[in-house]
Design a protein around this ligand. Structure first.
Ligand code: 6PG
Length: 471
């Protein structure tokens, strides 16, 4: 049998995806620029149906036609280099797939360029980390629909399965749509992480709990509305001790400088470009940036005063309020994420199906959570839903939990614990539910100094006020 699909790039994600596909009954061609890596994969897995090649030409020729080739290389220049190497050996109708964390505009460009040569190009988000790649990731493919149909049977077998058995993969839309949705997934991932981290910080530095106590709280929270992969791993992380000998919790020994590979930043940049409010993801990106200024923070901590006085609260009640504030904020973050996708869908002409997107995030990916079922249900009920907050389930949570987040933000500010994303969450909620915002005054200011004009609430048209004339 000729291999039905090939994978280029034998770093951990590529290797694990190849093994995953093989485990579903396929023969998989594999190739890596450095041949020794390919050799190692084969020698580590002698029983697997893997067909190694050591030149690009042999690799391409080994494949069944139309060829299906999945690239798992570092996003950016490496992707263009691999495409350039493959291209002379491909035939019209072949399908190239980029499974990296690629910027969606690069995918749009590559899709258009390759389309001119008759080569199909799919850019797919692959979420779930190393283990997800091996056992079943959530996948977000975009590109030509007819090309997706050629890979769909393989993708459906390799993807994670939701509780109801549905594969966590669906055709997202043309050109860059898949990588766009993965970018938003990652932005939301940043947001979820920051909300959990702020909750931990409040529990630790305002409530004064120990790491062990907080581990128990997270594992409790994971049994309810917050049931999710990220809460689950957080509970686990907090139980772990130093692996280099001391008996301290490992979190206390990890440097508090947040890294990032850029996908959260892209989400925020795109929100700014499209003119969509995306304050929660953006605050989570900034939270990482300010964390990196460790030396400045240490110096500032010695000269800038903290709040005076103590905050008063009932311990058990405040813990439950933090849980509610976290769930409330999570809803705001997803409301913004889906709003951004709605605007993007129109802007790039993608026809995104929001219910389907929520469905494929239910398992396999980093943001997987029970709560995604509620989002799926909301869009099933109303595919044209303007904002998640307007769905009955979410409206009801907002109603029940808004007082808690107000209390927590108030207490946290008094206690001097930074909560940029909690604060953004309640501000977004209050802005979104405000029939009138002070943008009337803003418009007056702009018109005053720059004659930028304004609309009126009581009549049609564009107006300019004679600010410099006596009325
Ligand atoms: C996933 C993840 C993964 C990503 C990191 C990047 O869905 O499996 O999103 O693709 O590489 O989580 O995030 P950082 O920017 O935090 O490194």
């Amino acid at each position: 049998d000729k291999p039905q699909i090939g994978v280029v790039g034998m770093a951990v994600m590529g290797k694990n995806l190849a093994l995953n596909i093989e485990s579903r009954g396929y023969t998989v061609a594999i190739y890596n620029r450095t041949g020794s890596k390919t050799e190692k994969v084969v020698s580590d897995h002698p029983e697997k149906h893997l067909v190694p090649s050591y030149t690009i030409e042999d690799f391409v020729n080994s494949l069944e036609k139309p060829r299906r080739i999945m690239m798992m290389v570092k996003a950016g220049k490496a992707t263009d280099a691999v495409i350039a190497e493959l291209l002379p050996h491909l035939d019209k109708g072949d399908v190239l797939i980029d499974g990296g964390n690629t910027f969606f505009e690069d995918t749009m460009r590559r899709n258009a360029e390759l389309d001119n040569s008759g080569i199909n190009f799919i850019g797919t988000g692959v979420s779930g980390g190393e283990l997800g790649a091996l056992e079943g990731p959530s996948m977000m493919p975009g590109g030509q629909k007819e090309a997706y149909d050629l890979v769909a049977p393989i993708f459906e077998k390799m993807a994670a399965k939701a509780e109801d058995g549905t594969p966590c993969v669906t055709y997202i839309g043309p050109n860059g749509a898949g990588h766009y949705v993965k970018m938003i997934h990652n932005g939301i991932e940043y947001g979820d992480e920051e909300l959990i981290d702020e909750s931990y910080n409040l529990l630790r530095n305002m409530v004064g709990l120990s790491v062990d106590e907080i581990a128990d709280i997270f594992s409790d929270w994971n049994k309810g509305e917050l049931d999710s992969y990220l809460i689950d791993i957080t509970a686990d992380i907090l139980t772990r001790k130093d692996d280099l000998g001391s008996d301290k919790p490992i979190v206390d020994l990890i440097m508090d400088k947040g890294g990032n590979k850029g996908t959260g930043k892209w989400s925020s940049q795109n929100a700014l470009a499209l003119g969509v409010p995306q304050s929660l993801i953006t605050e989570s990106v900034y939270a990482r940036y300010i964390s990196v200024l460790k030396d400045e923070r240490v110096a500032a901590s010695k000269v800038l005063p903290k709040p005076e006085g103590k905050v008063e609260f009932d311990k058990d009640a405040v813990i439950e309020k933090i849980r509610q504030a976290l769930y409330f904020s999570k809803i705001m973050s997803y409301a913004q994420g889906f709003e951004q996708m709605k605007v993007a869908s129109k802007h790039y002409d993608w026809n995104l199906q929001f219910g389907e997107i929520a469905k494929i995030w239910r398992a396999g990916c980093i943001i997987r959570a029970q709560f995604l079922q509620n989002i799926t249900d909301a869009f099933d009920k109303d595919p044209e839903l303007d904002n998640l907050l307007l769905d009955d389930y979410f409206k009801d949570i907002a109603k029940k939990y808004q007082e808690s987040i107000r209390d927590i933000v108030g207490l946290g500010v008094k206690a001097g614990v930074p909560m940029p994303e909690f604060t953004a969450a309640i501000s977004y909620y209050d802005s979104y539910r405000s029939a009138v915002l002070p943008a009337n005054l803003l418009q007056a200011q702009r018109d005053y100094f720059g004659a930028h004009t304004y609309e009126r609430v009581d009549r049609e048209g564009t107006f300019h006020y004679s600010w410099y004339k006596e009325q």
